[in-house]
Design a protein around this ligand. Structure first.
Ligand code: ARG
Ligand code: GLU
Length: 713
């Protein structure tokens, strides 16, 4: 009896502890649904995804390709992050209307602002098409197989039934062990409805990015417009607000630690099933290299930005983008080390190998791990060289990136001739006006010098271009930035004028071009072909490894890596312990904004209006016991692309908006742990408080379906 009680308790604890994973909404019935219920969910899987009636998934459109949004009113009002709407907010801003600084609110629908090119896409239905896509691929070589799969995808996308205004999208899951078809509906008339000032929407900006405790009101509002039949249409004054199949009721009933939450959205990329060899390479080599190259870039930029306000304006956005992944990788390395991810993977691999033997699958799966070991050892130098290439030429070295585009222009001329050359040149020149406005050669020279310095020391010697051998970084930088014409828009335009032959002659005499060309030649001759060849082998091994895991561990929780398709993740509201002797609570409050307030600071300024509301404790129905809840964290497994995702309670009501993860847990892209991985959400009550009390946009509040506790109206 005692034993059974113990067993029951053990099983129960196991079940409630099951968190992590990004699951396919159409396949939640069974294991996920029972886990979700054991964590406290009161709705059913059918209410989340149904093909017969409206369901939660009908209110979660992919926002402009990179973020997530949710429908919150019967008139197509959608909510997403401030950082997801930022480009649009910026595009509408001018000196007279500085919506970035002051915020923007449409108090009537006529005031809503059109955003050219912006789209949101709904999932209409999901179908498994694995057998059709893998048809006729069994006996092919790896390269042929990939080609055939691509053909099958193109064919099925064309032929699979859909309405004229819909699209078929086919995506690989589990490294190509499963293929799903998504019928999508994309709306193209999306208007800006509201955005708080940056001092709310970006409060704490770069310093607080990836950090808990957090006090950011990272939200903005848009509206979907449709034609008279409620179908997608290009922008037109005839268009009307979209009537959604479903929109989220909003709960302001309040939250507490351990409450169930789930997040729906479009996570971009994870690598949860890498072997230990790969994780080890990331932790010890690839991440540190990328971090080091960004480290020097950021330091140089920051030094100039602090001294010179015009450079700060030029480099603020670039600097923030470079810092975003840089900071994430640092958290990732720290987290993977702290969680002993490599050792945990090795332990699993031992178990895996034993299972292979026990089930008599040696012939099929016996060599997978040794293949990984061999291939990761072989790819090491190539992967390192590629990280250098990506982080110097493609990303951080600006003149190098211009030089590389010109290198491609030369290649284009060699393969396609004068006309193609002219067309590309025109595209490049017309795009570079904006680039050079945000370019400062003094900054880039120092960045270049630093990058080349690391190149000389750490880039694999055997691939190093001749012109960089034994080079002096400072002298080289000096030479390039004194003599190259790539350093100013005027000079580049002059350099690129004339017929192709003469342009190419001028280019090849240009110091900046020469160095970019030497690096590109070295990369494309010495590194890329072999890198891609080994990578193809690794991809094939990974696919078989995934298949084996699915087959040999059928009772495990095995979710497909993120691939920008709609997923559901669930967990509990929970604090965590970031380091020894420190405990983080799961909720932050407006009090924290006032604590962080630095008058006039670009990250921590606070508007007078917000301070007044704080002093008066004028929180309307949104505050609790005289305090205004702001952000909160939970164990939901999210990643880039989940920005703007709805956070839902046990009843499926909207309680928040996902926008970030905690730094100590960014390793969740590779290794999720419920101990330390947390997603960060803005509390929906803070969003409503800002719309209602701060902006006075009652017109918007009236559209919403708000569920209040009984004692509040
Ligand atoms: N870390 C978040 C994400 O990965 C927010 C990035 C935008 N905010 C910023 N300060 N750069 O996208
Ligand atoms: N900020 C991320 C985004 O833009 C979400 C945070 C994460 O990576 O979890 O999608």
């Amino acid at each position: 009896m005692k034993f059974f009680k113990f067993l029951f308790l053990f099983v129960f604890v196991q079940v409630t502890a099951q968190q992590g994973g990004m699951w396919i909404p159409s396949l939640l019935k069974g294991m996920n649904e029972s886990e979700m219920k054991s964590l406290g969910m009161k709705i059913t899987a059918e209410e989340i995804y149904s093909i017969n009636k409206s369901s939660l998934k009908d209110a979660v459109p992919h926002f402009n390709g990179g973020c997530t949004s949710e429908v919150i009113s019967p008139n197509g009002l959608i909510l997403t992050n401030h950082h997801c709407g930022f480009d649009a907010i910026q595009n509408h801003s001018s000196v007279e209307h500085d919506y970035i600084t002051d915020g923007f609110w449409a108090y009537k629908m006529e005031d809503e602002l059109l955003n050219k090119g912006m789209v949101v896409s709904f999932v209409v239905r999901i179908e498994d098409v694995t057998s059709t896509i893998l048809d006729g691929t069994t006996s092919l070589t790896e390269a042929e197989k990939q080609k055939k799969i691509q053909e099958n995808i193109i064919n099925l996308s064309k032929t699979s039934p859909k309405e004229a205004w819909q699209d078929n999208l086919i995506r690989a899951f589990y490294y190509g062990n499963q293929y799903l078809l998504f019928v999508m509906e994309t709306y193209k008339d999306i208007r800006l409805v509201g955005a708080p000032p940056s001092s709310i929407g970006k409060f704490g900006d770069v310093t607080d990015n990836w950090v808990w405790p957090r006090h950011t009101g990272d939200f903005s509002l848009f509206r979907i417009y449709a034609d008279k039949n409620n179908r997608p249409a290009e922008y037109s004054t005839e268009n009307v607000p979209y009537k959604p199949k479903y929109f989220f009721p909003i709960s302001i009933k309040g939250l507490k630690e351990n409450d169930f939450t789930m997040v729906m959205g479009y996570p971009g990329t994870t690598q949860e099933y890498l072997p230990s060899y790969a994780v080890d390479q990331i932790v010890t080599l690839i991440d540190p290299t990328k971090i080091e190259l960004r480290d020097v870039t950021l330091k140089v930029q920051d030094g100039f930005m602090r001294k010179d306000n015009s450079i700060k304006i030029q480099y603020a956005a670039k600097n923030a983008t470079i810092a975003n992944a840089w900071k994430k990788w640092m958290g990732e390395v720290k987290g993977l080390k702290r969680a002993n991810a490599v050792a945990a993977k090795q332990k699993f691999e031992k178990e895996f190998q034993e299972k292979v033997t026990a089930t008599g699958k040696q012939a099929e799966y016996g060599n997978l791990l040794s293949d990984f070991e061999k291939n990761y050892a072989e790819i090491k130098d190539y992967a390192l060289a590629k990280a250098f290439w990506d982080e110097t030429v493609i990303r951080n070295g600006e003149i190098l990136s211009i030089g590389y585009k010109l290198y491609q222009l030369e290649q284009l001329y060699n393969s396609k001739g004068e006309q193609a050359f002219n067309d590309r040149r025109n595209v490049l020149v017309s795009g570079w006006g904006e680039f050079y406005q945000e370019f400062n050669p003094l900054v880039d020279q120092k960045v270049f010098e630093q990058l080349i310095g690391i190149y000389n020391k750490k880039y694999p010697k055997q691939f190093l271009p001749k012109s960089l051998e034994n080079s002096n970084a400072e002298a080289l930088a000096n030479d390039v930035f004194t003599n190259s014409r790539l350093v100013s828009f005027e000079k580049v335009k002059e350099l690129l004028s004339g017929d192709a032959k003469s342009v190419l002659e001028k280019l090849n005499n240009d110091k900046g071009f020469q160095i970019a060309k030497a690096m590109a030649d070295a990369h494309f001759k010495n590194v890329a072909p072999k890198h891609d060849e080994i990578n193809l082998k690794i991809a094939a091994t990974q696919r078989t490894y995934m298949k084996a895991i699915l087959e040999l561990f059928p009772k495990s929780r095995i979710f497909p890596d993120a691939n920008s398709t709609l997923r559901v993740t669930y967990g509990k509201i929970k604090g965590y312990k970031p380091s020894d002797a420190v405990i983080y609570e799961p909720f932050s409050y407006l009090d924290g904004v006032i604590e962080k307030y630095i008058p006039g600071d670009y990250e921590y300024d606070v508007s007078k209006k917000l301070i007044d509301l704080y002093n008066k404790k004028d929180y309307g129905p949104y505050g609790v016991n005289g305090r205004m809840p702001l952000d909160f964290i939970a164990t939901n497994h999210t990643t880039g692309g989940n920005s703007g995702s709805p956070a839902l309670d046990a009843d499926g009501n909207l309680i928040g908006l996902n926008f970030d993860r905690v730094w100590e847990g960014t390793m969740s892209d590779i290794y999720y742990s419920p101990e330390i991985c947390r997603n960060i959400m803005v509390d929906i009550r803070y969003v409503l408080f800002i719309i209602d009390k701060f902006a006075g946009a009652e017109n918007l509040i009236k559209e919403l379906k708000i569920i209040a506790p009984k004692n509040k109206k």
